[in-house]
Design a protein around this ligand. Sequence first.
Ligand SMILES: Cc1cc2nc3c(=O)[nH]c(=O)nc-3n(C[C@H](O)[C@H](O)[C@H](O)COP(=O)(O)O)c2cc1C
Length: 357
Amino acid sequence: MNTFGERLKISTFGESHGSGVGCIIDGMPSNIKVDLGFIQNEINRRKGGLNLYSTQRKEDDIIEILSGVFEEYTTGTPIGIFIKNGNAKSSDYDDIKDLFRPSHADFTYFHKYGIRDYRGGGRSSARESIARVASGAFAKLLLNEFDIKIKSGIYSIGGIECNNINFDYAMESEIKSLDIDIEEKQKEMIMKAKQNHDSIGGVALLCASNIPIGLGEPLYYKLDSAIGALMLGLNGVKAVEIGNGVESSKIFGSQNNDEITNSGFLSNNSGGMLGGISNGDKIIIKVHFKPTPSIFKSQKTTTTTNKETILNLKGRHDPCIAIRGSIVAESMLALIIADMLLLNASSNIKYLKQIYK
Ligand SMILES: Cc1cc2nc3c(=O)[nH]c(=O)nc-3n(C[C@H](O)[C@H](O)[C@H](O)COP(=O)(O)O)c2cc1C
């Protein structure tokens, strides 16, 4: 299944080493000004090849808008987007066309479909996530109309956690670290992994602010369940925390409850949602990424005919997927909130009356 969203439906297509990756955004309201510079900049934030801490695959990643935008405004019709692949080195994958990379999707794609595009991981590659960032940029244009802002940064790498959270600093950090004082240690951890022909896991922190009360559709499209499902659908994500998350399972109610005053909540352990509905506070999410499966250490594996062998990998890979993954997660959060905003408009007769009066 390659489509998600209820009102704002995103369908993506394309493979890592095919002609390119694209998406169709269906359900975007008309008359939103499309700032192409902003959209391209969002895509550039996800780019690899910019420093030692990401894959060395360098792509131009120039966005082509095929439809749905006229004279710089959305028309309310499907927005088609295409981004060409230009720097695929498929020969890097010749040696592993009959082998499975441990912890990658090679094994399951082969056994499920009986055929697999082994070049760069085909459809299972996170090259696809560029389409999520492109559509997330459109979602952000919609959210801008309501002054809703979504930010992200790297919270921890290999267990080295930030003490201070500074989303502005993350925008300029090479590894998108949230803490200038911890960044160097996090960088050292990535370099250590790289030098050992290994990779390392990490956690991204997301924050959405100026959120109206009421977003989320209980019971089966709650704000938290939608965030959980869609974040876990992103390559390499193995856990998602809402607000105080895992910590809340270790403490007393009196420590975890967000007391209420007439000027707002006294804390935000619930991460901005209650009962699956936004409570007007900031939405706070942690997204946990596993280490990159493609590493350059020798590993045991099997062939497609089930013979045991040793894998010695070549190619270009991110040493820590959390870094570029944080931008994709931020885009996904924008898409979920935009979808919830559109859904909420029909949840209460009072909103509908405002439109049709
Ligand atoms: C932004 C991003 C970049 C990634 N880059 C790589 C990579 O260079 N090499 C790799 O083996 N996996 C990479 N991954 C992770 C794999 O796509 C993912 O682990 C794999 O498809 C298996 O899926 P699963 O981990 O969700 O089970 C990346 C993931 C993200 C989000």
